[in-house]
Design a protein around this ligand. Structure first.
Ligand SMILES: Nc1nc2c(ncn2[C@@H]2O[C@H](COP(=O)(O)OP(=O)(O)OP(=O)(O)O)[C@@H](O)[C@H]2O)c(=O)[nH]1
Length: 236
């Protein structure tokens, strides 16, 4: 992590003005499930093969959803996170959670339940009143659906787990389909709106996080070179 990156001004929370609504997402999941691939696909529309697994980044990305501009801040976590306290700190920063597994990796599927409980636990600690009973908005997303011959987790299993965890579910291929990845991010945003009655972030008190204040942030847009990251982009 490089602390010399410029930190942007914080986004205005929960407002729907001309600049758009702000929404903070955290992408969780075991190492190698495709968290970075999905995030970069959503932001740039492109699939890039390989990433530095130790790199954690907050991406900024504005896009229109259901006729309204949304300013996303997306924290792509490192799946090799071993310190639960550190991970909880990052979870507290977020408002919506994309919990990913790979259909080719049953361990990553089993990890989804633990991550969902970690999210619930981290947010239950800071919430009071009626909303404290609701689990924070999250989407379970199964990636790598293009690898049908290596599939270890069926669609039905994914749907059943997501329903048990009270989350919407999506199966995607970050490699093959921008539209599928886009639909997953949109579904999560709709879930955030549904829970908060129209204002993402209203479901929880704002929690401070010293770690997150130090996290590098990059503006990102379809003009991919603007991300500030040292990716090598493929030519597709
Ligand atoms: N076939 C296929 N490969 C994918 C897909 N998404 C990601 N990959 C590959 O899976 C590997 C891991 O992808 P990453 O995006 O780095 O996974 P990650 O979850 O961010 O991994 P960590 O950074 O270690 O936590 C890379 O080789 C990607 O090219 C997909 O939809 N299909």
């Amino acid at each position: 992590m490089n602390s010399s990156f410029p930190l942007p001004k914080p986004l205005k929370r929960g407002s729907g003005g001309a600049a758009g609504r702000a929404a903070r997402l955290v992408v969780l999941g075991q190492s190698g499930v495709g968290k970075t691939a999905m995030t970069v696909r959503f932001i740039t529309r492109r699939f890039i093969g390989e990433y530095d697994p130790t790199l954690e980044t907050i991406y900024r990305h504005s896009t229109g959803i259901d006729g309204e501009m949304v300013q996303f801040e997306i924290l792509d976590t490192a799946g090799q996170e071993e310190d639960n306290m550190l991970l909880e700190e990052k979870i507290k920063w977020g408002e919506g959670f994309l919990i990913a597994y790979s259909v080719t990796d049953r361990c990553s599927f089993d990890e989804v339940m633990r991550l969902r409980f970690l999210v619930n636990h981290a947010h239950a600690c800071g919430r009071r009143g009626p909303s404290a009973a609701d689990p924070p908005p999250a989407l379970v997303v199964a990636n790598k659906r293009d690898l049908q011959f290596d599939r270890m987790v069926s669609v039905a299993e994914g749907e059943a787990l997501a329903a048990a965890l009270r989350c919407p579910f999506a199966e995607v291929s970050a490699r093959d389909s921008y539209e599928e990845v886009l639909a997953a991010f949109e579904a999560l945003h709709r879930e955030m709106l549904r829970q908060s009655g129209g204002s993402p972030g209203a479901h929880k008190r704002k929690m401070s996080s010293k770690i997150m204040d130090r996290m590098p942030r990059f503006p990102a847009s379809p003009s991919v070179n603007g991300t500030g990251r040292t990716f090598t982009f493929s030519s597709n």
